[in-house]
Design a protein. Structure first.
Length: 262
């Protein structure tokens, strides 16, 4: 066992550095580790771990910091706090999200939302899961190639125009959401790719240039068309799920359950 040479380690007077130092020191001591053991657990040279625990400059990239967090068993809010304190200033909370696939429970949840069309997308609106009502009332994501299963790109199609009477507002809001997300995480590769595909489309490029004065609300009323049930207002809601996922629901049960016109 090495000695705990981190005990009483001094750090700079900057409150930011002091907060980082305190968080790491408390976590290491709660685990009963020496500085040498903590360095081994995090995969860092001892001098680099010592500098990190002091809150001093360390030059560790975000991937390396995530490995440190894993080595110390930091999860949830403590993990996010550590990464925001230790990463470069331009790193935001959005960069720290651990991207994931929908869980079994989330897949069951969207099925239980029938007959309301419900989808789960990633942070760049790529469709990861959809219940059966999405295909019946909107479009069938399974019919699109993997790289084209994107809800924002679908709004630019003729199929979306046939489904929404207020398609101009639907498209403007969708593109505004992408612009807003990209402003928050400009280096995000999936969002950059989506923005490139939007601006490569003449309609998308025009919408991209017409800067919306505000970001769309998380709940919006839409005019949805259906070949059997006619046109009616539906409420479309977007909810954030852990891991950067989005739950998007078209509350259309009242439309589907009403008698179809003769």
């Amino acid at each position: 066992m090495g000695s705990d040479r981190g005990h009483g380690v001094t750090h700079r007077d900057d409150p930011h550095d002091a907060q980082l130092s305190g968080l790491l020191t408390r976590r290491r001591q709660a685990l009963g580790l020496t500085v040498e053991q903590a360095a081994r657990a995090t995969g860092l040279a001892e001098h680099r771990y010592t500098a990190l625990e002091r809150g001093a400059g360390h030059g560790i990239d975000l991937g390396g910091l995530k490995r440190v967090a894993g080595g110390l068993g930091l999860t949830g809010q403590p993990r996010e706090t550590f990464l925001l304190l230790a990463a470069d200033p331009d790193v935001t909370a959005y960069d720290l999200v651990e991207r994931r696939r929908p869980s079994i429970e989330e897949l069951a949840h969207i099925d239980l939302m029938e007959p309301n069309p419900a989808l789960i997308t990633d942070h760049a609106w790529n469709v990861l899961a959809a219940n059966a009502s999405v295909a019946r009332l909107l479009t069938d994501p399974a019919e699109a190639p993997d790289g084209d299963r994107n809800l924002v790109l679908w709004t630019l199609t003729d199929g979306a125009e046939r489904r929404f009477a207020d398609i101009d507002e639907v498209r403007a809001d969708a593109v505004a959401r992408v612009r807003g997300a990209l402003a928050q995480i400009p280096a995000d590769a999936p969002l950059q790719a989506l923005a490139g595909r939007i601006t490569a489309d003449p309609l998308g490029a025009r919408l991209w240039r017409s800067r919306s004065p505000r970001l769309p609300a998380e709940a919006s009323a839409r005019r949805l068309r259906h070949p059997l049930y006619g046109e009616a207002s539906v409420l479309v809601t977007t909810s954030r799920l852990p891991g950067g996922l989005q739950l998007i629901v078209h509350h259309a049960a009242h439309l589907i359950q009403s008698p179809a016109p003769r």
